[in-house]
Design a protein around this ligand. Structure first.
Ligand SMILES: Cc1cc2nc3c(=O)[nH]c(=O)nc-3n(C[C@H](O)[C@H](O)[C@H](O)COP(=O)(O)OP(=O)(O)OC[C@H]3O[C@@H](n4cnc5c(N)ncnc54)[C@H](O)[C@@H]3O)c2cc1C
Length: 263
């Protein structure tokens, strides 16, 4: 008898009536893995294809929601930011953090060429703000795809600072921005992900230039909340901070693909 893992079997399907089937402004598609390789020690790069990608469009920072096998009978959604899109070759790139376990992690582990998955996108409301003199991007490695995608989309005259926490120096990637970006890497060097101290200190110390700032704070839920508080205490208005909790330390994301509010 052949052993068939869930990822090799038919892709997880949404139940009839699931809002996954009918999200406004999105396309639903069956994506096939073309390639999967580590881009840095803790980050897997997946290239996926689907015919619908030929006329797909998205804003920098937006994501795809994938439907992956959950622990029980029902599939769960997991969200990953679009790192790149090549409509001509119908290729989508996702950069996904490797971590201990979870439905998304298990799907990534099994995602060999030919594996298929249901996807819906584009999702997400955070993209580079207009009418802004300075962009501040702060996050952990789960937000690297979003932060790089947004920073690389800024026009040459824009001004931006990026502060990214990653596990080790080998997890840094090269930013290819059109504008000059102040880029700082923070290394955990063995400390667990999702501790606020390093990003909170960096947010407390970053020089805020005159003019209209906009901050994007992405990553672990409690870290995002602590960094947002620091920036607001430093004078940014609520409308000048775009926070988004991507995951919650010690707690699986809800089946809709985001941390529960109490995370
Ligand atoms: C809009 C949006 C965009 C996102 N874009 C990306 C992206 O481009 N790349 C990316 O890697 N992630 C991204 N994420 C985060 C990703 O969806 C979460 O990390 C998700 O929890 C992974 O699902 P899972 O099934 O592997 O783990 P879950 O079942 O959610 O969690 C299982 C366990 O793993 C832990 N865990 C989850 N994520 C991490 C992590 N990053 N580091 C350490 N421990 C973790 C949890 O604390 C929990 O204990 C995004 C999230 C959102 C909401």
């Amino acid at each position: 008898m052949t052993d068939v893992s869930p990822a090799q079997a038919a892709p997880a399907q949404p139940p009839a009536g699931d809002p996954f089937l009918t999200m406004a402004g999105t396309s639903r598609m069956q994506l096939s893995v073309v390639e999967s390789h580590p881009v840095t020690p803790n980050m897997q790069r997946l290239l996926l294809t689907a015919p619908e990608l030929g006329d797909f469009s998205y804003l920098p920072g937006q994501d795809m929601m994938l439907l992956v096998a959950g622990d029980g009978d029902r599939p769960v959604r997991r969200r990953y930011t679009i790192r790149a899109l090549d409509p001509g070759r119908q290729l989508l790139t996702l950069d996904i953090v490797r971590h201990a376990d979870g439905p998304g992690e298990r799907w990534v582990r099994a995602a060999a060429p030919g594996v298929t998955v249901q996807g819906v996108g584009p999702r997400g409301k955070i993209s580079p703000a207009t009418d802004t003199d300075w962009h501040l991007f702060i996050g952990d490695e789960s937000s690297l795809a979003a932060i790089f995608s947004m920073a690389e989309s800024l026009p040459p005259q824009a001004s931006a600072t990026v502060i990214l926490e990653v596990p080790t120096p080998a997890d840094e990637q090269q930013l290819k921005a059109q504008t000059s970006v102040q880029l700082s890497w923070l290394h955990r060097d063995g400390s667990p992900a999702g501790e606020p101290d390093a990003l909170v200190s960096a947010a407390s110390a970053v020089p805020i230039p005159d003019g209209r700032p906009h901050a994007y704070v992405l990553g672990e839920a409690r870290v995002v909340s602590a960094v947002r508080e620091v920036l607001q205490a430093r004078g940014l208005e609520p409308g000048q901070v775009s926070p988004k909790a991507y995951w919650g330390r010690g707690k699986a994301n809800a089946s809709r693909g985001e941390p529960d509010k109490d995370s």
